[in-house]
Write a protein of this length. Sequence first.
Length: 276
Amino acid sequence: MASIPRSASLIAGIGSAFGSVQERAVVMRKIALPVGTLLLVLWGWNYVVDAKIFPSVVLPPPSDVLDMLLMQSGFMYGHAQQTFFECLAGFALAAFCGVGLAMLITVSRIAREMLYPNLVLFQLIPTIALAPLFVLWFGLGSESRLAYAMCLSLFPIVVSSSTGLMNTNPYFVRLCDSLTATRWQILFRVRFPFALPHIFTGMRIGLTLAIIGVIVGEFVTAQSGIGYLISFASSSLETALALAAIVFLLAVGMLLFLILMLVEYIMNYIFSSEDR
């Protein structure tokens, strides 16, 4: 009889070890696949350059881009810093206004009937056509780029957030109604925690659009920033510098997404702690 517990513990130990091996394999696959894809792209890029399919002024080798990154890193860091803060500020404004509008649309039927159709109608306008108007309204400074970034990223945040807020489990809403909770209490205590996945999905889309808005604005109005640097390098046929600036832009985007992931983790932790 004593052998049964030993066998069970042995099987459990093997199962846990196998599970940990499987988990490590999943993690390694998630790392290896994108890294392998990147290496394959770099190999193909280098092959195209060596085969002289394109002239070097159009497509320089990866080594030239790396040299440019190493030699001009301090210079490009200053441009990247401006782009980072403009993207962050434009996105923060869009997130604050977008979630606020979604809450208003959720609790007020009149606001929903007034605002939602106009938001959809406004989204039908090609936003690139509004760029000259933002320059006219806000000038050539960072204000026009912030406003344009906010305009681009507002719509997906409002739509995704309002969808999550209005599709909360009706059982919990009716339960709170029976306990005489107000609409705003239901909104913040019930609807908002349930809608967090939708809200942050919209924010991820909005963040991408905010970066695009700032870069487009820097193409047109700025004398500094990653967008200006890409435009200047392309017009001067300094393709290696333009590609190096794009690498810095990728780093800016990754940093912004990491910040958003951290905020999402904190918000989920706060509301899960309240549930406990």
